[in-house]
Design a protein around this ligand. Structure first.
Ligand code: GTP
Length: 440
């Protein structure tokens, strides 16, 4: 006895039954309905084609021998049409010679049932076909969902073969690297990564091929990737083995150019005085510490200049704070123009106080530099109406020089230069103070 319970998958499934014998048609229809399928019937091939195109059934039970176009021809036409080509067709025929069956499959049939029909067998074959169709639909749906995810991702995704050949690059990846659609596929990894780095990955791929279990997942690392215009971009790259039949590696690319730019901007901001755009105190202290250590090792002299604008309070009082700011910017630019070597640094140390460090510079050379800076500032001819010293803006400078030993302290070096600067102020301003006593 056939099983009349309705399998859940049967619901909503539509079957088109095509047979020129009304008796067969009636019997099959009853059986299919009892199985819970929605049914459509046709007694000719032409009618079957028009119903199939309209209702797109999930399966067609198709008689082979019919007047007009026969079952084989009907099937051929179904397979030719985009809207019906995927519908599984089960032939039913009394012609059950091997060559008939083979011909049926060659045309594209999913199955072939011999007549006279045994209803339980028809039901089982219909059920099997519908299950296969469900499975392949689910697979297609999942593949489509994955395709959309990969296409819509902001992150670049590449699939690389163990040989280093790029098999696929998603649109984000092509966009990041300046390639058009499908232009990445087929290229070697070395088109994107520098020779050494590409070789490192090839070695990793080879190690994965020899002993997949022993190879750890390669974490994200910052790499420079070559854009199609030849420029190098900073990106985070994660390349790890993919579980697949062939050895493939999946790479995730995250463009960090913007991040890098803001990181650089932040680093710059942390080192630079906002008003004057020369080095700030923090940067100077760090630089001095480094040069101090270097001088300890090399035995070369270090010279420090401390510079303070004369009567700056009076300048602000006479011309306003905004003019004062502008004046500090001009003084800073003048100082910067004297710090030319990579071992020189000019910085704003606070308020209207500036410092300059000259590594590998003797006290005599530093004094010449300090005198020239003093003269340079006065030669800017920045009017200073309130100054009792000069009609122009002037500065007082203190100089200290030292060949540091392990017994010396940076703080004392600073104190010496500061004292010299105050001595210059006391001696009438617009001058350089230096007793030549060194840091001690
Ligand atoms: N416009 C402006 N003024 C500043 C800034 N930083 C500090 N000052 C001013 O600089 C002035 C420093 O004044 P003082 O320390 O009394 O020294 P001075 O008037 O320069 O006199 P001497 O150093 O003795 O020649 C103060 O009035 C501060 O307000 C700044 O960033 N912009």
């Amino acid at each position: 006895m056939p099983d009349f319970t309705v399998p859940p998958a049967a619901r909503h499934r539509a079957i088109l039954i095509v047979d020129d014998s009304p008796a067969n048609l009636g019997m099959l229809r009853t059986m299919m309905m009892q199985q819970g399928y929605q049914t459509f019937v046709a007694t000719t091939g032409e009618r079957a084609l028009s119903i199939a195109r309209r209702v797109r059934p999930d399966l067609i039970l198709l008689d082979v021998v019919m007047p007009g176009i026969d079952g084989f021809e009907t099937c051929r036409k179904l397979k030719e049409h985009l809207s019906t080509e995927h519908i599984p067709v089960i032939f039913m025929s009394a012609r059950s010679e091997t060559e008939d069956i083979v011909a049926g499959f060659d045309i594209g049939a999913a199955d072939y049932i011999s007549k006279p029909l045994r209803m339980a067998e028809v039901c089982a074959r219909v059920r099997a076909q519908l299950q296969m169709r469900s499975a392949s639909e689910a697979q297609k749906e999942q593949a489509e969902r994955l395709r959309r995810i990969v296409h819509g991702m902001d992150e670049g995704l590449v699939i690389v073969e163990a040989s280093g050949r790029i098999q696929y690059g998603n649109p984000a990846c092509e966009r990041y690297l300046g390639y058009g659609p499908n232009e990445l596929a087929g290229r070697p990894l070395s088109d994107l990564l520098g020779g050494t780095l590409a070789q490192e990955y090839l070695d990793y791929f080879a190690a994965c091929a020899t002993d997949p279990a022993a190879v750890h997942q390669a974490g994200a690392r910052e790499v420079l990737i070559r854009h199609s215009d030849g420029a190098l971009r900073a990106m985070d790259l994660t390349l790890s083995p993919m579980v697949a039949d062939e050895p493939l590696f999946i790479g995730l690319l995250h463009d960090i150019t913007h991040h890098k730019r803001s990181e650089t901007a932040l680093q710059h901001a942390a080192m630079v005085d906002q008003l004057t755009q020369i080095a700030n105190r923090r940067h100077f202290d760090h630089f001095l510490e480094k040069e101090w250590q270097r001088a300890l090792r090399s035995g070369q002299p270090l010279s420090l200049i401390v510079l303070d604008v004369d009567h700056f309070k009076l300048y602000n009082d006479a011309l306003g704070h905004a003019a004062g700011d502008l004046c500090l910017q001009k003084v800073a630019a003048a100082l910067q123009s004297r710090a030319l070597r990579t071992t020189d640094l000019a910085a704003r140390y606070g308020g209207e106080e500036f410092v300059l460090l000259f590594a590998e510079t003797t006290q005599d050379a530093a004094l010449v530099l300090a005198e020239s800076i003093c003269a340079l500032v006065e030669s800017l001819h920045l009017p200073h109406p309130g100054s009792p010293t000069s009609e122009w803006l002037t500065v007082s400078i203190g100089v200290a020089s030292i060949v540091p030993t392990k017994f010396d302290r940076v703080e004392q070096f600073f104190v010496t230069a500061d004292r010299e600067m105050y001595a210059a102020k006391a001696a009438g301003r617009n001058r350089v103070g230096s007793t030549g006593s060194g840091a001690g």
